[in-house]
Write a protein that binds this ligand. Structure first.
Ligand SMILES: [Zn+2]
Length: 89
């Protein structure tokens, strides 16, 4: 299954945004500041996923173990395989 997906990412201090074809489990850093980029959104076309939910930002959460994005309807994180905490209602 292909999980590679293009993300919009932002450097927190400068607000500079870049588009990265990100691999799950990998941390991306800003080329100038070296700080960890935060995910702003995902771009179309979407990579096929194990989930039926579309990869829009409303349908995603950050895994409490590895901090990677995962679909909200999954119980186990697709990146680290651990069971994620239940979501607050
Ligand atoms: Zn995880």
């Amino acid at each position: 299954m292909r999980l590679r997906q293009r993300y919009r990412m932002r450097a927190p201090s400068t607000g500079r945004e870049v588009i990265i074809e990100a691999e799950p489990g990998r941390v991306y850093e800003d080329r100038e500041t070296g700080e960890e980029l935060e995910v702003v959104g995902m771009l179309l076309p979407l990579a096929p996923t194990a989930s039926e939910l579309p990869w829009s930002i409303e349908n995603l959460r950050f895994c409490n173990w590895c901090d990677e994005l995962a679909q909200k309807d999954l119980n186990d994180c697709p990146n680290c395989g651990r069971r994620m905490d239940p979501l607050p209602d």
